[in-house]
Each structure stands twice: as C-alpha cells, then as structure tokens.
Design a protein around this ligand. Structure first.
Ligand code: GN1
Ligand code: MG
Length: 360
C-alpha cells in the first residue's frame, strides 16, 4: 500500500536523527496505521497515520498527547513515556498533500505486547502498571484536556446510536444478526448505570486512558516488566471504571477478540483476581468506595459497550474499525457478548474476589 518513497517522503518532514533506511508495517490496532521506521545507526521510530475519521480534531488530539507525555516524563516511574518528534516547522503532526495526518513517536525497543495472556503474574503487573498510570496523572490539570472523541464511553449514547443503526439498517444486515440485536436490547438498563452515577455526582471524573486494551501496554522482552503504556489518543476526562473494565474485557478473556469458536471464550477468574490485586496495589488508595463497588460491573459494561460498538459498525457497513473480512465486526461482537454472558454467570464470584482484595 505504501512504497519506500511514500514513507520516506513523509518522514523527511520530521526532525529525526540519521538516514532513513527502511520500514515495516505494525499490524496492531484497529484505528491508526502504524509503521516502524528504521534509520542509520540502529535508530528506529514509530510513524503513525492518524485516522482522521475517528479523531476529527487533530489539534485537540495532539495537544492532549503533548501535554500528557510532557507531564509523564517529569514523573518518577520505572516505565518509559512516549515522546512526539516535531516536524520541520515545529508542529507535532504533519499533513501530507492528500490530507493524511502523520506523527512520529519514539520506538520502544526490545518490547513485546500480547493480544491474549495466560499468566496471572503478568496480568497482575498489567493491573499495577495501568493503576500507576492513573495515579501518575492524578494531579494533571484536567481542564487542560479536550475530548478527543466526545462521549467515547457514554454507553447510554452508544445504545441510542445502536438503535438508530438497527432502525436504518442501511446495509441490510440486521436480519443476519437478530440474536445479537436482542442480546443488546435485553441489557438496555445496564447501559445507563454509570452515566446516571456520573450525573448524580457519585463517581469522580479523572484523567484516564480510556483504551486499556491488553496490547496497549508494552513489556520488556527480557524482564517481562511493564515498559510503556501506549496508545494515548483517548487520554481524557473519564472514569477509573472505564480503564478497569476495558482491561478485564481484553485481558481476562481466554480467547482473542475475533475468535470464531465461542466455546473458547470465557472470563478467567484467576486472571480477574490477579488484575484486581495488581490494580489495587497501585491505584487502590485513591479509589472511592463507590468506584470499588462498581469494578466488577464495569468489566461487564465495558465488554457490552465494546460489543455494541462492533455490532453498530457491522450494521453501518464497517466504517469505524479496521476489518479483514465482511463479518469481522459481527464475529468480534459475538466474542464480547459471550464474555458478557460469562461474566453475568460469574458476577457473584467477581464481587467476592473484588471485596476480599479491596477490604482485607
Ligand atoms: C480500538 O486502537 P485500539 O485498537 O487500541 C478502539 C477501542 C476498542 C478497541 C477494541 C479509539 O482500540 O475503543 O475498545 O479498538 N479505539 C478507539 O479492540 O475507538
Ligand atoms: Mg487505539
């Protein structure tokens, strides 16, 4: 899709050290397009084409990222932080002749990420790292952050949008997913629970990551210690519960997000327990009782929300998430709904685990 010259020409607009030698595509992520770009003297950087359909206000996006990364770099932490390289004109992003938006980050060397994890020890560390990330940003001036995607985790709104997509059915796909549509409608009340708590002032709005998918944390390839929290596009005002819930959705699942054999999909309670303990070990003393009370529910809600988003995108004709085949979003929503069902069956146990970890 992109030639050597295409990529080199884009890179030439950034202030980087050395000579461009080659590049490779990084396959992770449903939104942006990422490349590892290699320079002379073994230097590498991460080049990304930002999805402007998803992030419609580049100024707000890059301003948030610039402020947050600068703030994190001044904090004491064992983890590394991202850094945005400037363009020749001193901006944080570059717009090419065809209107595509690009940025360059430092490349985090010698690191690995996972789409699936089966080690509670590693998932404990993941929880501790995301908890630390939240704590490091606790005194960030929240008013300086814009909303990069308005109502990103407003599940009640996501539900309304979903209903409109079902009604419009512009791709004639609704017939093919009747059980999934019913599944969502049966859980309409759940979608309003956190938004209601926010409007009653019962949950604190914090600076949160909002996309704490397992593969958004990089581990050191040698030591397996968390090395860097990445994908900062959605760092903005949010709930701690969004970050906790999404991490469980993605990391405590026994299967990948697009597994077609649903018998392989479940929520692993030993992974759940490990994450809760890791997360509480770093973020615990800053959480309110209400936040702790809603941790188990947030896992279910964020999973339901993600499934609703996949299903909505399927009904809309796959306009948001990158897909590799026509039913990809439908397949993804099915794994999420299978997980939701499994969490519903295990909810009492999830509550017990959470309480015993929090109130020891
Ligand atoms: C997207 O960018 P990526 O792949 O980490 C999405 C998340 C979803 C996730 C589902 C900006 O995350 O909200 O939970 O896919 N990011 C955006 O895999 O929509
Ligand atoms: Mg992302």
């Amino acid at each position: 899709m992109f030639s050597f010259d295409d990529i080199k020409n884009i890179c030439d607009n950034f202030v980087l050290q050395g000579e461009f030698t080659d590049f490779s595509v990084i396959k992770n992520g449903h939104i942006n397009i990422s490349f590892k770009i290699n320079y002379s003297d073994n230097r590498s950087y991460l080049l990304q084409q930002i999805n402007s359909n998803v992030f419609q206000n580049t100024e707000v996006l890059m301003n948030n990222i610039d402020k947050v990364t600068s703030f994190l770099r001044n904090k004491r932490s064992k983890m590394t932080s991202l850094f945005c390289y400037p363009t020749l004109s001193g901006k944080k992003y570059y717009i090419d002749d065809s209107g595509k938006v690009w940025r360059v980050y430092n490349y985090i060397d010698n690191s690995v990420c996972y789409n699936i994890i089966n080690s509670p020890e590693l998932f404990y560390k993941t929880g501790a790292a995301f908890g630390e990330f939240q704590k490091l940003l606790a005194d960030f001036p929240i008013d300086e952050l814009g909303e990069t995607i308005p109502d990103f985790h407003n599940t009640a709104k996501r539900y309304t949008t979903f209903l409109s997509s079902v009604a419009a059915d512009k791709m004639n796909r609704a017939d093919a997913c009747k059980p999934e549509i019913e599944f969502v409608k049966n859980r309409a009340d759940d979608t309003r629970i956190l938004t209601d708590l926010i409007s009653r002032g019962e949950l604190p709005v914090r600076v949160t990551h909002n996309d704490t998918k397992l593969n958004n944390i990089l581990f050191d390839a040698d030591t397996s210690e968390p090395k860097c929290v990445v994908d900062l596009d959605t760092v903005m005002p949010g709930l701690s519960l969004y970050d906790f819930g999404d991490a469980i959705r993605s990391g405590a699942s026994t299967a990948e997000e697009d597994e077609t054999d649903l018998s392989k999909v479940s929520c692993d309670l030993s992974l759940y327990e490990a994450y809760v303990k890791g997360y509480l070990s770093s973020a615990g003393d800053s959480l309110t009782e209400k936040e702790i009370e809603y941790l188990p529910f947030s896992a279910k809600l964020l999973t339901l929300e993600c499934g609703i988003r996949f299903l909505t995108d399927y009904l809309e004709g796959d306009v948001y998430f990158k897909t590799s085949y026509p039913e990809h979003n439908l397949v993804r929503c099915r794994t999420q709904f299978k997980l939701v069902e499994d969490m519903e069956n295990k909810m009492d146990e999830m509550i017990r685990i959470t309480n015993s970890a929090a109130f020891r």
